[in-house]
Design a protein around this ligand. Structure first.
Ligand SMILES: Cc1ncc(COP(=O)(O)O)c(C=O)c1O
Length: 388
C-alpha cells in the first residue's frame, strides 16, 4: 500500500493482526482485563510472547490508534493518552529530572502553563518562559542546565509561528530535547519530526478526532522514549479507553479531507476579515501581513491550519454585540470540530491572566478566536458579515 499521507489516513487500523481474518472496521475491545488459561500462560505473556493484560497497561484500540498516528507523523511510535494534557504531562516528566531547567514558549496553552509554572515549579523544576519567535532571546536563555525546550507550532490565540529547525539546532548544541505541541497544525499541515524535533504531542480532542466527541492525546517519538512514556501513563492512570480510541481512529480517517476544506475556508475567511472596516487586524499565518508568514510558508506542508483570531474595533462591548449577532457560529471553548466556532479569550481561556500581561501578548478585549469548520466558506463569511 502506498505511503501517501491520504492513503495512510484512510486505511488507518486496517493492518491490525489480532485475528486470522480481519474485520474491515476494527472492533472495540471494550474490556478492562484479559483472561489467562493457567500460570504457564501468564509466564508466556509476561516473559516472552507479550499480550494484553489490563486496559490501563494497554489495549488493542489504543495501540492501533498510536501506530496509525505515528505513521502519519513520521514517528517511530505513538503512545495515546486520556487527554492532550495527559500526553503533555507524561512527555515532559519522561524527559526532566530533579533540578532541571525547562525553556518554554511564553505563549502556551493555559493547562500547559499551569503544569509548567505551578505544578513543576512546586517540585523544584525551573521554568523560563521565552518568546520562541525571537531566536536571540532563545539563544540567551538556553544553557547547559536546560534539558528541555517546549513550544507550540501555532500559538494560542495570536497564532505566532517560530522557526522550529533553528530551535532544534540551538537545543542540540546544548544537549536539550525539544517537545512540540502540534495540536493547532495537525500532521496534515505540519510534521515537526521532519525537522528533527525529538518529541511531538497532540491533543487528539482537536483536529485528529475532529468531531468534538472525545478527549484524548498522543505522545510521538522514538521507541525507547515512548516505552518510558508508556510506563508513566500507566503509573499516572492517564490511559485512553478503548471506545474513545476507536472513535478517534474513525475521525482520523477523514483528517486530510477535513483539513483541506478547513485550510482553504480559513484563508478565505482571514482575507475577508482583513478587509472589513470593523476589524483592526487578523492573526493568520497564511496572510502576508502575519509577522511570521515567511516562516510558516517555508515550514508548513499543506495550508496554514484552521485557527485564526482578529480584533474588533469595538472592544469588549463590540465583542459582546458581535457574538450575540451571530446565527450559525457558536461560542464554544474548544476547537477543531466540524463546525465553525468562536472563543473570546479574555472572558474564557485567558481570564486568569492579568490584563497588562494579556496586552503585552496582544490579547485585547476585542480579540475573537475562530476555529474554522467544514461548512461552505460563503456561509461562514455571510454569518460573520451580518454580525459585523
Ligand atoms: C494547543 C493545545 N494543547 C493541549 C491542549 C490540551 O488538550 P486536552 O483538552 O485534550 O487535554 C489544548 C486544549 O485546548 C490545546 O489547545
Amino acid at each position: 500500500m502506498s505511503n501517501d499521507f491520504d492513503i495512510l489516513a484512510i486505511h488507518a487500523g486496517k493492518d491490525n493482526k489480532v485475528l486470522n481474518t480481519r474485520p474491515e472496521v476494527p472492533p472495540i475491545y471494550q474490556t478492562s482485563v484479559y483472561a489467562f488459561e493457567d500460570i504457564a500462560h501468564v509466564d508466556r505473556v509476561l516473559e516472552s510472547e507479550g499480550g494484553y493484560i489490563y486496559s490501563r497497561y494497554g489495549n488493542p484500540n489504543r495501540d492501533m490508534l498510536g501506530e496509525s498516528i505515528a505513521k502519519l507523523a513520521k514517528a517511530d511510535m505513538g503512545v495515546t493518552t486520556a487527554s492532550g494534557m495527559g500526553a503533555i504531562a507524561a512527555s515532559i516528566l519522561a524527559v526532566i529530572k530533579k533540578g532541571d531547567k525547562i525553556l518554554a514558549s511564553h505563549e502556551v496553552y493555559g493547562g500547559t502553563y499551569t503544569l509548567l509554572a505551578k505544578d513543576l515549579a512546586e517540585i523544584g523544576i525551573e521554568v523560563v518562559f521565552v518568546d520562541m519567535t525571537d531566536l536571540e532571546k532563545v539563544r540567551e536563555a538556553i544553557d547547559e542546565n536546560a534539558s528541555l525546550v517546549y513550544l507550540e507550532t501555532i500559538t494560542n490565540p495570536t497564532m505566532k509561528v517560530c522557526d522550529q529547525k533553528a530551535i532544534v539546532e540551538l537545543a542540540k548544541q546544548n544537549n536539550a530535547k525539544v517537545i512540540v505541541d502540534n495540536t493547532f497544525a495537525s500532521p496534515y499541515v505540519y510534521r515537526p519530526m521532519e525537522v528533527g524535533v525529538d518529541i511531538v504531542v497532540h491533543s487528539l480532542t482537536k483536529y485528529i478526532n475532529g468531531h468534538s466527541d472525545v478527549t484524548a492525546g498522543v505522545v510521538l517519538g522514538e521507541k525507547e522514549f515512548c516505552n518510558v512514556v508508556n510506563e508513566k501513563v500507566k503509573s499516572y492512570g492517564a490511559s485512553l479507553g478503548p471506545f474513545d480510541a476507536w472513535l478517534t481512529l474513525r475521525g482520523l480517517k477523514t483528517l486530510p479531507l477535513r483539513m483541506e476544506r478547513i485550510c482553504s475556508n480559513a484563508l478565505e475567511v482571514a482575507k475577508f476579515l482583513e478587509n472589513h472596516p470593523n476589524v483592526n487586524y487578523v492573526n493568520y499565518p497564511g496572510l502576508a501581513s502575519h509577522p511570521q508568514s515567511q516562516t510558516a510558508k517555508k515550514q508548513f506542508l499543506n495550508g496554514f491550519g484552521g485557527m485564526l483570531s482578529f480584533e474588533l474595533k469595538g472592544g469588549l462591548n463590540g465583542a459582546e454585540e458581535f457574538i450575540q449577532n451571530l446565527s450559525m457560529i457558536e461560542y464554544v471553548p474548544s476547537l477543531a470540530g466540524l463546525t465553525t466556532t468562536l472563543l473570546h479569550p479574555v472572558s474564557t481561556s485567558h481570564r486568569p491572566m492579568p490584563k497588562s500581561e494579556r496586552e503585552t501578548l496582544g490579547i485585547g478585549d476585542g480579540l475573537i478566536r475562530l476555529s474554522i469548520g467544514i461548512e461552505p466558506a460563503k456561509d461562514i463569511i455571510n454569518d460573520l458579515n451580518s454580525a459585523l
